[in-house]
Design a protein around this ligand. Structure first.
Ligand code: CU
Length: 179
């Protein structure tokens, strides 16, 4: 019994140290692919699927279809604006493609189970206002739904996360490997 208790404490300490390391989550090996753009839905101004459930450590992989889309993290309360504290994820305008999928994808590991709201910051055609936005791990109990986000987005003005249109943050730009 004494030995077991000591072992349990040691394990707890180890877990505590691991979770304290900033930005570290253990990859699950699961990949959640989301397409920025669509060949069918909403005139192409669409993330597909736009409402995703993911576990901590899942890899989110954005594939970009025509024409020139981005992914920018926002809050629920301020659609089409980056997180006010500057900590949000964004892809930059690095994935323009005239047809098919862009050569690169944008990836990041899911860090927690909090809702992750995001939008496309392309202002040529007002993508966010027209419904090009989405959520990972929506909380289905609190009324903060993607439908409400979309309704609130209609009358906003899109804000870019950086003056540098190519700047990205919080993820990786890697080659788009065929399945
Ligand atoms: Cu877009």
């Amino acid at each position: 019994m004494v030995a077991y208790t000591t072992f349990a404490v040691a394990i707890t300490t180890l877990l505590g140290l691991s979770s304290a390391a900033p930005g570290y989550v253990k990859p699950t090996g699961v990949v959640k692919r989301i397409f920025a753009g669509s060949t069918t839905a909403n005139g192409g101004l669409h993330f597909e699927p736009e409402n995703v459930v993911a576990e901590i450590g899942d890899l989110v992989e954005f594939h970009f279809l025509p024409k020139n889309h981005t992914v920018v993290q926002s809050s629920f309360d301020k659609p089409c604006e980056p997180l006010a504290d500057g900590s949000g994820i964004f892809s930059g305008f690095n994935f323009a493609t005239p047809s098919g999928e862009a050569d690169n994808v944008f990836t990041f590991l899911v860090q927690n189970k909090e809702p992750f709201w995001y939008y496309c910051s392309q202002t040529n055609g007002n993508h966010c206002q027209k419904g090009m936005n989405g959520v990972i791990n929506q909380n289905f109990d609190n009324g903060k739904t993607l439908a409400v986000y979309k309704a609130n987005a209609v009358n906003t003005v899109t804000v870019q996360p950086s003056a540098d249109k190519l700047a990205s943050q919080g993820g990786n730009i890697v080659p788009n490997k065929p399945l």
